[in-house]
Design a protein around this ligand. Structure first.
Ligand code: HEM
Length: 183
């Protein structure tokens, strides 16, 4: 009985470590899946709006109720996709910066991808919005939707380059920084 108690006490730290390692490797995977899923939803919706709903609206002489209703529903999905892309993207870039040496072009390209993503979030939200500003944007919606599609394509190309970039794990054997800085 005593031996059993001793064994379970000895294995507890091992179990805790195994769980921590598992969580550490599962979280990036979950974040990656969430990122790609949200990207598929947003980019797919941007294409659908530009190449399916817009032509229907342009061909009609009056507002088409189905298209108006679709726009209102889409606004909610834009918000959710933007939230998950931002959260999972920030988590990923934090991991990359912390754990890997990356080629020189990585950070500038990431910066461009980030700015394009902000543009897509903004255009997608305003084009689906109900405010006066949204109405003004919709007066030139062909232009803005085309730009939105181009920005989304640019993001996916940059994402492909970034995820294909060679990443070297930062060397754990490097001398640790001095505990006390010399004067
Ligand atoms: C419209 C918005 C966005 C789209 C469509 C998008 C799409 C993607 C895609 C398709 C990948 C590649 C996944 C893979 O091939 O494994 C990716 C990776 C990534 N994204 Fe995004 N993303 C968007 C926004 C963001 C934002 C806002 C951030 C940062 C805050 C971000 C940070 C990242 C990072 C760090 C990676 C990993 C790159 C690497 O593997 O080195 N993304 N993104």
């Amino acid at each position: 009985m005593q031996l059993e108690g001793l064994a379970s006490v000895m294995f507890l730290p091992l179990l805790a470590q195994a769980q921590a390692t598992e969580a550490a490797s599962v979280l990036p995977l979950v974040s990656h899946i969430v990122h790609v899923l949200a990207a598929v939803v947003l980019v797919g919706g941007v294409f659908y709006q530009r190449f399916v709903l817009l032509p229907i609206e342009l061909a009609a002489t009056e507002p088409v109720p189905t298209v108006t209703a679709a726009r209102k529903r889409w606004a909610m999905w834009v918000g959710m996709a933007a939230f998950f892309l931002l959260a999972s993207g920030l988590y990923s870039i934090f991991n990359v910066v912390r754990s890997y040496e990356v080629p020189k072009y990585y950070h500038p390209l990431f910066g461009i991808k980030f700015l394009l993503a902000m543009a897509v979030f903004f255009l997608s939200s305003i084009l689906a919005g109900r405010t006066e500003a949204a109405e003004r944007f919709r007066q030139r919606q062909s232009l803005w939707m085309t730009l939105n599609v181009l920005a989304a394509i640019g993001i996916v190309i940059l994402a492909g380059i970034l995820s294909g970039a060679e990443k070297q794990p930062k060397n754990a054997a490097e001398p640790a920084p001095a505990a006390v800085a010399s004067p």
